[in-house]
Design a protein around this ligand. Structure first.
Ligand code: FES
Ligand code: FES
Length: 161
């Protein structure tokens, strides 16, 4: 059936089953491949997107559950040449190895920084708890989120001066 989704500020009409996973709509229909398929069971966080601003597993969320609710994927955070502070910080910290987990990590971190701009390490750990990294890049990932918070704070100070 025809379903309309709002993804990264744009509306798209898709001919897709209502009970299809949101992840399928994003990757296979909209070609937004930032969110990844890992476990399909809310165990790894690779598929995380923001739904109404909340980190959400797109592998178990149905298309119908996303109708009328804004979806943000990694592609909605920033772009090449204009990266989001998180994307810049993850690059600067080289926070990853294979990169499979990073989209989900940044989505969870974005939700955290939106509600708590200067989180401490414990708060970052708690926010990223649902996201697994098989490569063991956790320390770099934590540093990247701290660096992103600094970049955002500096940007805010600059804008205010
Ligand atoms: S693929 Fe969704 S949590 Fe693992
Ligand atoms: S960088 Fe490979 S899973 Fe995290």
């Amino acid at each position: 059936m025809m379903v309309e989704l709002e993804v990264n500020g744009r509306f798209a009409k898709l001919d897709i089953a209502e009970d299809a996973p949101l992840l399928t709509a994003l990757r296979n229909y909209l070609r937004l491949t930032g969110a990844r398929f890992g476990c399909g069971q809310e165990q790894c966080g690779a598929c995380m997107v923001l739904l109404d601003g909340e980190p959400t597993y797109s592998c178990t969320t149905t298309v119908l559950q996303a109708v009328g609710r804004p979806v943000t994927t990694l592609e909605g955070l920033g772009k090449l040449g204009e990266p989001h502070a998180l994307q810049q910080a993850f690059l600067e910290e080289q926070a990853g190895q294979c990169g499979y987990c990073l989209s989900g990590m940044m989505i969870s971190a974005k939700a955290l920084l939106d509600r708590r701009p200067r989180p401490n390490r414990q708060e970052i750990r708690a926010a990223l708890e649902p996201n697994l990294c098989r490569c063991g890049a956790h320390l770099r990932i934590l540093r990247a989120v701290e660096r992103a918070a600094e970049l955002l704070a500096r940007g805010a100070e600059k804008a205010a001066s």
